[in-house]
Design a protein around this ligand. Structure first.
Ligand SMILES: CC(C)(COP(=O)(O)OP(=O)(O)OC[C@H]1O[C@@H](n2cnc3c(N)ncnc32)[C@H](O)[C@@H]1OP(=O)(O)O)[C@@H](O)C(=O)NCCC(=O)NCCS
Length: 166
């Protein structure tokens, strides 16, 4: 993406639910994907912790997660939107999704830069995410440090926990 692209980044509303649920199931295997009811609860509770890359009416990519004072990302967080603490120290990242047809053109990177900028502006300590081996290098580009294997067993996968500390 360049500054001259017409795309914009905004937070979510409940009207985005269908598009986000469809993208989540396109991007992740069923055991890892957030289902519609989980995404609905997240949007209703923390719409400001969703970042969507939009082109016209189309959602090309999105990032979501909640804020908390807890330091580590644990599996209970995915399904429990009520744990969101608007003043929380850490911005957790639960999902980074780019629709397959828009991948490889900088969408996730643009969203990640914006999420980092907004998290810094919110006065938090940083961001935490979990990812598979193959994406450790992707997140390291933004300043995330690999803290090793997470206690998460989400989707029966081995996850690295990565943290970007301001
Ligand atoms: C991972 C994902 C979000 C990336 O989205 P994207 O919009 O294509 O990403 P970007 O175009 O911003 O960045 C991709 C670039 O980052 C760089 N990159 C990717 N993996 C990298 C790595 N391990 N090390 C270093 N650089 C890497 C490459 O330059 C890559 O370019 P390429 O795709 O042309 O090879 C997308 O593939 C996706 O939705 N996958 C399915 C869901 C998923 O796995 N999400 C992540 C959960 S942790």
């Amino acid at each position: 993406m360049t500054d001259s692209d017409p795309q914009l980044i905004r937070h979510a509303t409940i009207d985005d639910l269908d598009a986000l649920a469809a993208m989540e199931s396109e991007c992740f295997p069923a055991a890892e994907a957030a289902d519609r009811s989980s995404l609905c609860a997240r949007i209703e509770t923390y719409p400001e912790c969703f970042w969507l890359l939009i082109d016209g009416e189309i959602v090309m990519a999105f990032i979501n997660g909640f804020a908390t004072d807890r330091r580590d990302l644990t599996d209970d967080m995915y399904e429990d939107a009520a744990q969101h603490n608007p003043q929380g120290d850490w911005q957790m990242i639960f999902g980074v999704d780019t629709a397959p047809k828009y991948q490889h053109r900088g969408c996730a990177s643009a969203l990640m830069r914006k999420a980092i900028e907004d998290t810094r502006a919110a006065g938090r300590k940083g961001l935490v995410l979990t990812c598979k081996d193959r994406l450790v290098g992707f997140y390291a580009q933004f300043g995330y440090e690999d803290e090793g294997i997470s206690e998460s067993t989400h989707g029966d996968v081995v996850w690295h926990q990565m943290r970007l500390t301001f």
